[in-house]
Design a protein around this ligand. Sequence first.
Ligand code: FES
Length: 106
Amino acid sequence: MEDIVNVRPRIHVFVCVNNRCGIAGNIKPSCGPTITPEMVKEVKLWLRMRGLTSVVYCTLVKCLGFCSTDGGVMCVYPQGRFVKGLLTVEDIKKVIGEEMSRVGID
Ligand code: FES
């Protein structure tokens, strides 16, 4: 085991894309298909176009434990902020933008 050095994102966001819609008998809500992997790719491209990939990490995940019918869920670290009710790419970007402002990233 070895540490990966010189990796210091200022913000790391995790966006849930878990989709339980195709699971027989499932009654639990999920972030997908409202939030999709393609939407997270779009957010990553937005960060790349702004030259922020080394300071803002965006990771697709499957279930953050706050599943709801209101929309998708994401969390932001190191702030430890959880957000639910995401419906669009713009919602995800808005949360990231708020956190960038909070830590002084333009
Ligand atoms: S399915 Fe997204 S938080 Fe559980």
